[in-house]
Design a protein. Structure first.
Length: 162
């Protein structure tokens, strides 16, 4: 009997939880403009606006399950040299893939990225919806753009466009 009660409780929880997942999916679908971006360095707890105080970018979530990100640092200028062109890679991040929601996180199976190391990986992001704001926290990892800073995570805020 206790196994049956446990099964009933689990099924009840799943039924209760499913609408909130569906609701979050509906709320996240759309175009989101980047408001702020910084990294938190795990070793020190220090936060840095590595893309500057006014980064630019967008996140787009489709109803079909695709997400696309393009994020760029402030003050980017057209390159004058091959070295300038290479340096531009450190002031951007871009990727796309199919995503799925699991509670307070989404997982993207990356199929295209500015950094080939991300292609074929799953990128996990934690999120919180607050009205027209989407707060995003990455997992702790070494970001290719700032590998010299060690383990870090990104803290981003997006605002839904109208």
């Amino acid at each position: 009997m206790s196994a049956l009660k446990c099964l009933v409780a689990i099924v009840g929880w799943l039924i209760a939880a499913y609408p909130s997942f569906a609701d979050d999916r509906e709320k996240v679908i759309g175009i989101w403009k980047l408001v702020s971006q910084e990294i938190e360095i795990q070793a020190t707890g220090q936060k840095e606006p590595v893309f500057g105080r006014s980064p630019t970018g967008y996140a787009i979530f489709t109803a079909e399950g695709r997400v696309m990100f393009v994020l760029t640092g402030e003050g980017r200028k057209p390159p004058q040299t091959v070295e300038d062109r290479a340096d531009l890679l450190n002031s951007m991040a871009a990727y796309t893939g199919m995503y799925r929601l699991e509670g307070d996180k989404w997982i993207t199976k990356v199929d295209v990225a500015w950094n080939p190391e991300w292609v074929g990986t799953e990128q996990t992001r934690f999120f919180k919806l607050d009205g027209d704001r989407l707060q995003v926290t990455s997992t702790w990892r070494i970001m290719p753009n700032w590998a010299d800073k060690g383990m870090q995570r990104s803290l981003l805020v997006f605002e839904k466009t109208k």
